[in-house]
Design a protein around this ligand. Structure first.
Ligand code: GUN
Ligand code: FE
Length: 429
């Protein structure tokens, strides 16, 4: 692929300008589904064997595929549901919709639509909530496997404080999760996440059993929600009076490790940040969802300073877009409301290598270093009249990236590749 190339090798928050590598006229050389080389065209051409076919992308920027660190596939059909904040939104919209995913055929249809939508938006890896039904996860993984995608997902565990029709039981959830781990974890590019919904909908016994699964299967992920909304935080304090704070509920159950990902983390004390940092666990920041559900303003600078690993999540259907670019635009606006700045290099880092780090897969994806899996996207800087006009005025890469961040959505995603194969092309061929 010959185009402009941009990728990250470190976090701009700590490494500054040496965190990213840009080639104004670059070549991305793919061999057997992996990155062989990314460099200046002149340099790569010296090494490229003759006869290797080169695809040209003018006025495009080629970057690693986006990594969405928190999203719910069963909520695809309830995106943009009116009028409620978290707890009422769950009762009114979420639980009824998720109840349909015990039907394998239905789950498969939605999983297929969902994965196509990710591809259209340039997202090549995601950490995904299923529903409480094991069938939902079987359907999701089957569809992801067919597309050769790197995906992490799990069955929701929830045994209380929700309608019966959407609840499991502690022991049953343990056994169902175990069977899914045995069936899917480590198969092709698929990995499993033990997925208690959030503290209020799990009994102590269920959280303990989730911890037991993590002990029995090292390498399996843990994925849940944390401190999203003030009413939720208050409820957790009432339900778990013995816990020192919200995160402590999970910590006591043995749910914290390098492979634990907590969505939101808006309302966190310093001790929680310290535990996240010590254990190497990550926060999935979901700006669009936080705005849509009126949850609060994420303290990105504070968490980064306290050494917490952060990725970006769309949190569809709490979030209102599958586009990581739209989500980054909202992240910027949230920091503006706090009187802070989010520069476009850091933003794009968070959506690519930062996400890979949050998911502990930075040796696999998220960058163009040699040997990484060739999941990447070509973003068209002329995709819309406005973008063409506006980027035409930009004098620096910084400006161009910021305009792309702010105005970009699925229309700019020209082509999405997975393991070197195009799985989505916007232009008719
Ligand atoms: N907390 C518990 N369940 C959910 C969910 O489905 N979405 C969001 N945004 N927060 C939650
Ligand atoms: Fe969520």
């Amino acid at each position: 692929i010959r185009s402009q190339l941009l990728y990250f090798v470190d976090d701009p928050a700590t490494a500054g300008d040496s965190a990213w590598i840009y080639h104004a006229d670059g070549i991305l050389w793919i061999e057997d589904g992996l990155i062989r080389m990314a460099g200046d065209a002149a340099e790569v051409l010296l090494q490229l064997p003759s006869g290797v076919e080169i695809e040209h992308f003018d006025h495009h920027l080629v970057i690693p595929g986006f990594i969405d660190t928190h999203i719910h596939y069963p909520q695809t059909e309830m995106i943009a549901a009116y009028g409620e904040r978290l707890l009422e939104w769950l009762e009114t919209y979420t639980f009824p919709v998720e109840s349909k995913f015990g039907d394998s055929e239905y789950a498969r249809q939605i999983a297929s639509f969902f994965l196509d939508e990710l591809a259209r938006n340039g997202t090549t890896t995601a950490l995904v909530f299923g529903s409480v039904h094991p069938e939902s996860v079987d359907a999701f993984f089957a569809e992801a496997q067919q597309r050769n995608l790197r995906m992490i997902a799990g069955k929701v565990m929830m045994d209380r404080n929700a309608p019966d029709y959407i609840c499991d039981e502690a022991q049953q959830s343990y056994e169902q999760s175990k069977a899914l781990i045995e069936r899917w974890h480590g198969v092709d590019r698929l990995q499993y996440a033990v997925t208690p919904r959030f503290a209020p909908t799990s009994s102590d016994e269920q959280l303990q059993l989730a911890g037991k699964l993590l002990c029995e299967y090292p390498g399996v992920y843990m994925h849940t929600h944390l401190a999203e909304n003030t009413e939720e935080c208050q409820w957790v304090a009432e339900l778990f009076p013995e816990a020192r704070h919200y995160l402590d509920v999970y910590d006591r159950a043995g749910l914290m490790s390098r492979r634990s990902v907590f969505a939101h983390g808006i309302h966190l004390c310093d001790d929680s940040c310290k535990r996240l940092s010590e254990t190497g666990a990550s926060i999935a920041h979901c700006p669009s969802s936080n705005l849509f559900l009126g949850s609060g303003l994420f303290e990105l600078d504070r968490l980064t300073e306290q050494g917490v690993s952060v990725g970006i999540g769309t949190d569809v259907g709490g979030g209102t877009s599958f586009s990581m670019l739209q989500t980054l635009a909202d992240a910027y606006k949230i920091q503006q409301l706090r009187g802070r700045k989010l520069d476009p290099f850091r933003a794009l880092y968070l959506a690519t290598l930062g996400g890979a780090r949050a998911l502990d897969i930075e040796d696999k994806v998220g960058s163009f270093q040699r040997g990484r899996e060739a999941d990447f996207v070509a973003l068209d800087l002329h995709a819309t009249e406005l973008l063409k006009f506006r980027t035409g005025q930009c004098k620096t890469l910084f400006e161009t990236l910021f305009v792309l961040n702010t105005l970009g959505d699925d229309r700019v995603v020209d082509t999405t590749w997975v393991m070197g194969e195009a799985i989505h092309k916007r232009r008719a061929v």
